[in-house]
Design a protein around this ligand. Structure first.
Ligand code: TXA
Ligand code: MG
Length: 338
């Protein structure tokens, strides 16, 4: 079992020597957690099948869930795909580096472990100075699923990674908290119109402004194109119960019902009208901007787990822009209650 080292790097002025060390670990087939603008990723050399296998083992990830390959720039796509559709190219030019993952036809050299046997490969250029420098020095693709134990909320700080993966990975690059807080949007551009497989840090509205209409999948198509989505995701240990925005009555009622059953209740709310209701120590109030909610959502779920609550009552947000990604994560977190 590896001893997990942590190195601290400044986002603005990453120390090249420390990055060189991380590159050596990756070249030797090791596992390195790295920061991105969305969440922390668990990195390994994308063309080293053995290293990729270790990523699945460290996370306890089901083998039918493919991995995103992170690259330094658009020029690196041809290492992994031979066919970039016009819309794919247009989106990459407009939104990379950024929270958009594009699904292309794979090249044959990509290990099956990365693609989970699919004919496609997911690529993304992350918008983080430390990791862009890591990718440039590494000069190849780095797989990067979220660096959490499979099924748990994604990590938005190095501490979250450490809590989940200490002793299972070689290195954590700590560059502070991530800024967006939910994962990238995954868009399949092998078809026209392109299909959203996971809504995330880039909104559907922004994508459509650039290339026109995109589709959202139905359940059957989603399982075919992205089989890993069938698994448990984003779930804290506590049960998650959603209630409508600013619904004071529902909030009170859920608190009472759960307390009557001797449950320890935690909550995450945003609206001012709810702020005075539940003053227990398990109450996380996030400011009302959707960017702030997204940035702090996984941290709040992890924090309430640490306090060992049984139930987390979460106020829903309006489903537009980044709100669509927040609600997607919350619904999935609530799906596997009990
Ligand atoms: O923001 C993010 O995307 C973060 C950071 C670290 O970049 N990574 C991340 O990876 O969230 P992960 O593994 O937790 O989620 C990857 C998603 C999964 O839903 C997976 O099924 C999908 O991308 N995916 C990966 N390769 C795919 C492919 N070839 N076809 C369809 N879906 C794919
Ligand atoms: Mg994940």
């Amino acid at each position: 079992m590896p001893t997990t080292k942590i190195i601290q790097l400044s986002t603005e002025h990453p120390d090249a020597d420390k990055i060189q060390y991380a590159v050596e670990v990756l070249h030797a087939g090791g596992l390195v957690a790295f920061p991105t603008e969305t969440v922390y990723g668990l990195g390994a050399d994308a063309l080293n099948a053995g290293a990729v296998q270790k990523v699945f083992e460290a996370k306890g990830r089901p083998s039918d869930n493919p991995l995103i390959v992170h690259i330094a720039s658009l020029e690196n796509v041809q290492q992994f795909t031979a066919s970039v559709s016009e819309k794919g190219l247009q989106l990459a030019r407009r939104f990379w580096p950024g929270p958009l993952t594009l699904v292309f036809q794979r090249k044959i050299n990509v290990p099956d472990g990365v693609t989970a046997g699919l004919e496609t490969v997911a690529l993304r250029v992350p918008d983080h100075p430390v990791t862009l420098e890591l990718l440039r020095q590494f000069n190849g693709g780095i797989v990067g699923p979220s660096a959490n134990v499979s099924g748990k909320p994604s990590p938005t700080s190095a501490e979250h990674v450490y809590n989940d993966l200490n002793g299972k990975i070689d290195l954590i690059i700590d560059a502070g908290s991530t800024t967006i807080g939910v994962e990238s949007t995954v868009l399949d551009v092998t078809v026209d119109p392109p299909v959203i497989l996971r809504i995330g840090g880039l909104s559907r509205e922004d994508i459509e402004k650039e290339i026109g209409e995109v589709r959202v999948t139905n359940a059957e198509e989603l399982l075919r194109r992205s089989p890993g989505t069938r698994h448990r995701h984003y779930a804290p240990n506590a049960s998650v119960i959603l209630f409508p925005p600013a619904d004071e009555e529902k909030f009170r009622q859920f608190i009472q019902q759960n307390k009557a059953q001797q449950k320890k209740v935690g909550s995450i709310t945003y609206s001012k009208v709810l702020a005075g209701i539940e003053q227990s120590s398990f109450h996380v109030i996030l400011e009302s901007s959707i960017e702030h909610v997204a940035r702090n959502l996984f941290r709040a779920l992890r924090e309430l787990d640490r306090q060992e609550v049984d139930v987390i009552l979460v106020e829903s947000v309006e489903e537009k822009g980044l709100g669509a990604a927040v609600m997607d994560r919350l619904r999935k977190a609530a799906l596997h209650n009990g």
